[in-house]
Structures are given as structure tokens and as C-alpha cells.
Design a protein around this ligand. Structure first.
Ligand code: Z2T
Length: 833
């Protein structure tokens, strides 16, 4: 293709080809030009928001140049690509990250200062791109960062929601949800109006004979909705690779359907159709670890899978390769079961549209897909009702039945004497109505299935997917423990700590190879290093204290122990255990003499997180935290010894302020329930210690940093089942310390007790499924150890430094390389060659 363009034409383009700025002068030139022409503003009316836009546009120009080059190079080289399918991409802000990735943040800071702006104020103008709920969506964002940084040819595919995760306000202690309309003047997306795919729903399946007499199926007479591509450039750190994130937006098809209505004079109903189509990509479902089986959600899933698969297949077909080469060119990773229909869609394309035989097609499909499971919680496992799927996707349901038939036949052959296994592993659950078990379909349609931390992957193999281990052998199942990108979660969130490390290591190489962090451990006794380390933590705590003052009005003492729990509110994550612990502490302080109070380590308990709008128990927990804060923070008997803070609207950019500011953070899920957790890694990487249960990645964090550097407590996963059983059959006895806490709540100490009766009775009367009472004593005791340890600041500092030094394993780069080697079989591509 390149060679076919005549030289004079090339020359004309080359002469004017955009170039990348590196100097302050050029930055200022691009900035002013964009402010004056793109934004139609001037020196006289350029506020911080316009300055943000001008800066973003200047950096965007730069990104686009590298993005175009990367895409061209990847296309010409034509080596295997990765496609990461995720319904969620929790990206946060882009500008700061983009400036750091190209190494020009200092240039921008100086330039902005010349032009009359503070870079922090400019950065703070940006709205978070919050197209995700929590860990799963943020993991996808960290993947995009690492894949670009490591030069993997990779695309993300997702939905361009008009509304991301809702904004949370706290009104009288209650969570209120505000829609997050984030798309206005977003400079980071590029509409590709020419890249569209028609997506069909409903309709019916007709059989026909082709010219060779083969019976084929055709899916006809459905409703058509159009998918439009929006592309987002994803720059890597310190590399020219800029990958692509393609988000699909839905629109009514401009096909004959509407025209008929328009022609018939039915304008209003045609517009209504239009709007119905647009609702498909309107809103992100705000549930974390819960599936509710809504038809619109299934529509979202198919719409996105079908558009992405069409796009991938279209790109493959341009190479004119044989179909058998498809899995050599393409790896598709399924971020949980949300994109499982992609498996069925590829099989449909291959057999119905491209005329391949079933077996040949199915072998291509299974070689192409990998499936990541993120949870063992039963309420989060996707099942779709057969009647719903029959109506919406009739051909896909047929294919699912066929896949199931062949699968069950093979199982029957291998295990002829095991009658029960067939109903246990069937993709179709024989309930009323029948349900399609998406996780089983994902396993059967993939060549690799992975969990996200060792314990989680082990539990998958020994419980949920036990039968499948028997059927496919253990090699189909693997573990890849999650990680985080050190670019955002160390360098960007904590620039001063990053600079201190760089000073000691002689540069920023550790941001690309986080295992180099181990070289700072020798400075654990270096006085100047320790002082700077402590000063950085103090500065970060002050920054958070300012944020708390500005958003809640409360003053917090920066010398107090900052104890943080920020994550989605969920019973299994046990914020209720934390707030009961806070009440216990409050009651203890109230019972103390003045002498005793002098020995108390002052504490600030900081909470943050959103509850799914329909999750009443989670909302009740938020309500209790806020009411406790109200009482405790105003109690003169307590003063600085205890403050309780709920930070509203926890999101990625708030996490960037909060993670560097913790002394200790809480990762206290009931053992065996948290897939991995990733904020645990963010806090430790920023020099905070952890109080946690033996769950998810806490276990591997402990192994890496040493058990003397973490505060573990509570029952073990292997004992959970037995404890739950005993709650029902051995009689339930509330922990006596927890009983005192409950008594205070029932004395209306924190407002009307009936507001919280669901919470207390779920423990006292309904079996304490999450083992709050079982772990309470151990939790309280461990917090006492935390207080004691904090009093020895010198030792605490040593723990902090040692832990950071040993966190190299948790880089997302290690994760990405493991996926590339053991699941995708892809190689990096240097786009500067
Ligand atoms: C989610 O954030 C996670 C799991 C889900 O299962 C759904 C959502 Cl939205 C369907 C989280 C896990 O809870 C967490 O432990 C893990 O670290 C994260 O995914 C990334 O793997």
C-alpha cells in the first residue's frame, strides 16, 4: 500500500506533516493557538477550564501523531493483536497521565505558569471518565496502560455510555445518585462516523439450502440498530506506542425501517424509535458484583460484542488470510462473562456468514478466546433467561444449544457412569424459566480461564468450576494475580515519593520495571532518606486533610493515624465491621479517664465508596457511617482522639489523593469472597500499611512484603463454610464486644435505631452470613496492635519503606506479560523500527 503512492504526493504531505512539540515555546504556541482558534477565546477570557482545554488540545495533537503512526505500523506489520473486551473502562483523568507519559509535564508546568496558570488547577478541571464500577473496570484501564507501555499491539473494545457511574452526594447521611453526563467537550475521543456496524435484534431464523445443497441458517427480519465507533488514544509511558480504545455508541439505523415511517407521515414514532435505539449505550449499569438480568443489559452486551466482532473480522478479512490463521492473528480476552456472547457471535459469523463447517469454526473460536473470572460470589454470576434470549437473539440461542449438545455428548462419553455430571455442567440450567449459565459457556468457548489471585483461582478450581477441571484437566485453568500501573498509582499520584525513589535509583527505570524497587530497601536505615519519606507522607496527609476540610468542613489532625477504607460499599467487603469497630473505639474513649485518654493514639477513620442504587443494605451502611461521624465529630469528650469522615463520590481522581495519604488501609472482606482487590496494592505502593483478612491478593502481598509488615486477622477461607453452618445449627452467639456496639445503636445513640435494624438483625437474627461477629474480636485486638505499632514511628517507617521496596511483583506490566505469554501468545512490536 505504501509503495503505491507517487513521490511528489508523498513530498507534499511530508512537508506539512504535523510534528511533535518538545519545547516550552512550542507548547505555549500550540496552547495559545488552540485557545484562540479552536475555543474562540483569548487572553481576556481564558479561565482555568479554557486553559485545561487548550493544554489538553496541545497534548492531544501530540498523541494523535504517535497514535496514527502506531496504527499504521501495526497494520503494516500485521502480527498477532490482542483485543480486550470489557463493558467497563474506569479511566479517570487523561491529561496528567498524557503529560507524564510523554515526559513533558515540567514543560507544561513552566509554559502554563508563563501564561498565568497553575498546572494543578488546570489538571483539576478535567472530568473523570468513569465508565466503570470499581476494580474490574479499573483493571481494564490498567491493562490498556500496560499494553501500550510494553508495546503490545492491542485494542480495547467497550461501550461509549452517555452516563458513567453516577455521582454520589450525601444528603442528611443518605446516598443520593446524580447522573454523570460526562461527554460535553471531551477532547480525548474521536468520533468515527464512517465506521459503523448494523446490529440486529429479535427477528427469526430461516433455514435454506445453498448451491451445494447444504442446509444453512439465516437470521432475518430483526430490528436494526447502528453502532458508531468512537476512538480514544491510549499512550504508553516512555514509548511511541499509542494504542486504541474503541467505544461503540448506538443510534437508530438509517435503513429503510425508519424511512417507511417517515414517508407514512409517522414522524413522531420514527423519532421515538430513534431514541429507543440510543438508549442501548445510554447508561452504565451501576452494580458491582451483582447481576440483575435486565433485557437492556443483554442488549448492551450483544450490541457491543457484535460490533466489536464485526470490526475484528473485517480487519482480518482485509489481510486475505485463511480462516485457520485467525487464532494466530487474533487473541480476544473476555473481561468477566459480560462479553461471552462474542464467542457465540464469532461462531455464527463463521458458520452462517462465511460458510465454515461447525467443527472447523468451533476450533477457531476456542483458540481465540480467553476468559477472566473476577468473583466467586453466586449473585454476581451471570445467567440469562432462555425465553429472553430466544426473543432477542434467536439464532444465538440455537447455537448455544448446539454447543451444549456437543459438549454434553463428549462429557457423557468420558464419564459414562456419572449421570449427575451432565445436569451440573450443562450450559442450560433446568430451572423455571431455564437459564443460560454464561460462565460455563465462557469456559467451554475459551482455551484458558483465569482467576485474579491465587486463593481466588484455587477456589474456582475446587468449587465453582470443579467439574470443568475434571473434564478439561487442570491446564485450562490458571492464575494471573492482578496488578496496578505504577505510572498512575505511584508516579502521578505521589510525584514526590516517585522522585525520591528515582533519586536513589538513579532514574525512573523502576516505572517500567517495578522489581527495581527492591534496591531502595538498603536505604531503610539512611537518616536523610527516612526523613524525606516521612515528610512525603506528612505532605500527602495534609493534602488529604485540605480536601476533607473543603468537602466536609471537618478539621482533621494530620498527626493522627489515618485509617482508610475506600472501595464499593458491599456487605462482603465489610464496611459494617469497620464502622462497628469505630463505634467500639468511641465507646471506649467515652469510658476513659483523662489520664487514660492521654495514652490514646489519635485516629481519623476515613470511608469512601458508592452503593449500588438498589442495594439497601449497602445504603444503610453509608447512612450509619455518616450518622456516627455526626455524633463522634461533635463530641467534645472525644476531640482529636477520633474523627470519622465519609468522603462523598469516591472515584479515580479522589483515589489519587487518598492512596498516598493513608497510614493504614482496610481490606477486610470475609475470607474467600474478594477476588483479588487492587486498592490494597495501591496503598502499600504508597507507603501505607494494611489491616486485612487472609483473602484475595492480601495473601500474596503478605508473602512478598513479609508478615511482620501487615496486620492480618480473622477466620480463614477454609473455615467459612463450617462457621456459617454453625450459625444455624449450633445456635448463634453474638460477640460480647459487638453486643455493646449494638446496644449503643439500639439506644438511638446514632439516630433512630430502626434505620439500622436491618443491619443489626442480618447479624443477630439472620445467620451473620459475612461472619462479622466471628471476626469482631480478632479485628478489635488487631487494631490495638496497630495503635501500638504506630506509637513507634521509627519502626513504622521501616515497615513502610520495606513494604514499598518489595511491591515490584504487583506491577500491571508483570500481569500483562503473563497474559501475553500464557494466554495470548503475542509479542511486543516496536513502532519506532
Ligand atoms: C468487580 O469490580 C469485580 C468483580 C466482579 O465480578 C465485578 C466487578 Cl464490577 C463480576 C472486582 C473484584 O471484586 C475484585 O476483587 C478484583 O480485584 C477486581 O474485580 C479486578 O479483578
Amino acid at each position: 500500500v505504501e509503495a503505491s503512492i507517487p513521490e511528489p504526493l508523498r513530498e507534499a504531505w511530508r512537508k506539512h506533516s504535523a510534528s511533535e512539540f518538545t519545547s516550552k515555546e512550542d507548547f505555549e504556541k500550540y496552547f495559545v493557538r488552540h485557545v484562540e482558534t479552536t475555543l474562540a477565546r483569548s487572553l481576556y477570557n481564558c479561565d482555568d477550564l479554557a486553559a485545561y482545554s487548550g493544554t489538553a488540545l496541545a497534548f492531544r495533537d501530540r498523541l494523535i501523531i504517535e497514535w496514527n503512526r502506531t496504527q499504521q505500523r501495526q497494520t503494516f506489520t500485521d502480527q498477532k493483536r490482542v483485543y480486550y473486551l470489557s463493558l467497563e473502562f474506569l479511566m479517570g483523568r487523561t491529561l496528567d497521565n498524557a503529560m507524564l507519559n510523554v515526559g513533558l509535564k515540567d514543560v507544561a508546568r513552566d509554559g502554563l505558569s508563563d501564561l498565568g496558570f497553575r498546572i494543578e488547577d488546570v489538571i483539576n478541571q478535567e472530568h473523570d471518565a468513569a465508565l466503570g464500577n470499581g476494580g474490574l473496570g479499573r483493571l481494564a484501564a490498567c491493562f490498556m496502560d500496560s499494553m501500550a507501555t510494553l508495546n503490545y499491539p492491542a485494542w480495547g473494545y467497550g461501550l461509549r455510555y452517555r452516563y458513567g457511574i453516577f455521582k454520589q452526594e450525601i444528603v442528611n447521611g443518605y446516598q443520593v445518585e446524580i447522573p454523570d453526563y460526562w461527554l460535553d467537550n471531551n477532547p480525548w475521543e474521536f468520533p468515527r462516523h464512517e465506521i459503523t456496524v448494523d446490529i440486529q435484534f429479535y427477528g427469526n431464523v430461516k433455514k435454506y439450502q445453498d448451491e451445494n445443497g447444504r442446509i444453512l441458517n439465516s437470521w432475518e427480519d430483526g430490528e436494526i440498530v447502528q453502532a458508531i465507533a468512537y476512538d480514544v488514544p491510549i499512550p504508553g509511558y516512555g514509548t511511541k506506542t499509542t494504542n486504541n480504545l474503541r467505544l461503540w455508541s448506538s443510534k437508530a439505523s438509517s435503513g429503510e425501517f425508519d424511512f417507511q415511517k417517515f414517508n407514512a407521515g409517522d414522524y413522531e414514532s420514527a423519532v421515538a424509535d430513534q431514541q429507543r435505539a440510543e438508549t442501548i449505550s445510554a447508561v452504565l449499569y451501576p452494580n458491582d458484583n451483582l447481576e440483575r438480568g435486565k433485557e437492556l443489559r443483554l442488549k448492551q452486551q450483544y450490541f457491543w460484542c457484535a460490533a466489536s466482532l464485526f470490526d475484528i473480522v473485517r480487519r482480518f478479512k482485509k489481510t486475505k488470510r485463511a480462516w485457520a490463521e485467525f487464532p494466530d492473528q487474533i487473541a480476544i480476552q473476555l473481561n468477566d462473562t459480560h462479553p461471552t456472547l462474542a464467542i457465540v457471535e464469532l461462531q455464527r459469523i463463521l458458520i452462517d456468514m462465511e460458510g465454515l463447517e461447525w467443527d472447523e469454526a468451533w476450533s477457531i473460536v476456542t483458540k481465540t478466546f480467553g476468559y477472566t473470572n473476577h468473583t466467586v460470589l453466586p449473585e454476581a454470576l451471570e445467567k440469562w433467561s432462555v425465553p429472553l434470549m430466544q426473543n432477542l437473539l434467536p439464532r444465538h440461542l440455537q447455537i448455544i444449544y448446539e454447543v451444549n449438545l456437543f459438549f454434553l455428548q463428549s462429557v457423557e462419553k468420558r464419564f459414562p457412569n456419572d449421570r449427575d455430571i451432565l445436569s451440573r455442567v450443562s450450559i442450560i440450567e433446568e430451572s423455571h424459566p431455564k437459564m443460560v449459565r454464561m460462565a460455563y459457556l465462557a469456559i467451554i468457548g475459551s482455551h484458558k480461564v483465569n482467576g485474579v489471585a491465587e486463593l481466588h483461582s484455587d477456589l474456582l478450581k475446587s468449587t465453582l468450576f470443579k467439574d470443568f477441571v475434571k473434564i478439561y484437566g487442570p491446564d485450562r485453568f490458571t492464575n494471573v494475580t492482578n496488578g496496578i500501573t505504577p505510572r498512575r498509582w505511584l508516579h502521578q499520584a505521589n510525584p514526590r515519593l516517585s522522585a525520591l525513589i528515582a533519586e536513589k535509583l538513579g532514574g525512573y527505570d523502576f516505572l517500567k520495571d517495578l522489581t527495581l524497587l527492591d534496591k531502595i530497601e538498603v536505604f531503610v536505615d539512611d537518616k536523610a532518606f527516612r526523613e524525606e519519606w516521612a515528610a512525603i507522607k506528612r505532605e500527602n496527609k495534609l493534602r488529604l486533610a485540605r480536601h476533607i476540610k473543603a468537602t466536609t468542613g471537618y478539621d482533621v489532625n494530620p498527626n493522627a493515624l489515618f485509617d482508610v477504607q475506600v472501595k464499593r460499599i458491599h456487605e462482603y467487603k465489610r464496611q459494617q465491621l469497620n464502622v462497628f469497630g469505630v463505634i467500639h473505639r468511641y465507646l471506649s474513649i467515652k469510658a476513659m479517664s483523662a489520664e487514660e485518654k492521654k495514652k490514646v493514639v489519635p485516629r481519623v477513620s476515613i470511608f469512601g465508596g458508592k452503593a449500588a442504587p438498589g442495594y439497601w443494605m449497602a445504603k444503610t451502611i453509608i447512612h450509619l457511617i455518616n450518622n456516627v461521624a455526626d455524633v463522634v465529630n461533635k463530641d467534645p469528650e472525644v476531640g482529636d482522639l477520633l474523627k470519622v469522615i465519609f468522603i462523598a463520590d469516591y472515584n479515580v481522581s479522589k483515589a489519587e489523593i487518598i492512596c498516598p495519604a493513608s497510614d493504614i488501609s482496610e481490606h477486610i472482606s470475609t475470607a474467600g469472597t474478594e477476588g483479588s482487590g487492587t486498592s490494597n496494592m495501591k496503598f502499600v505502593l504508597n507507603g501505607g500499611l494494611i489491616i486485612g483478612t487472609c483473602d484475595g491478593a492480601n495473601i500474596e502481598i503478605t508473602r512478598e512484603i513479609g508478615e511482620q509488615n501487615i496486620f492480618l486477622f480473622g477466620n480463614l477461607a477454609e473455615d467459612v463454610e463450617d462457621l456459617r453452618h454453625r450459625h444455624f445449627y449450633g445456635g448463634f452467639k453474638l460477640d460480647p464486644q459487638l453486643e455493646r456496639v449494638f446496644d449503643a445503636i439500639k439506644d438511638n445513640m446514632f439516630g433512630d435505631k430502626t434505620d439500622f435494624s436491618a443491619l443489626t438483625s442480618s447479624i443477630e437474627e439472620h445467620g451473620d452470613y459475612y461472619l462479622v461477629s466471628d471476626d469482631f474480636n480478632s479485628y478489635i485486638t488487631t487494631h490495638k496492635m496497630v495503635d501500638e505499632a504506630f506509637q513507634n514511628q521509627e519502626e513504622w517507617l521501616a515497615k513502610s519503606i520495606t513494604s514499598v521496596a518489595r511491591m515490584g511483583f504487583f506491577s500491571m506490566d508483570r500481569v500483562t506479560n503473563e497474559y501475553a505469554d500464557s494466554i495470548w501468545n503475542v509479542e511486543p512490536l516496536d513502532v519506532t523500527d
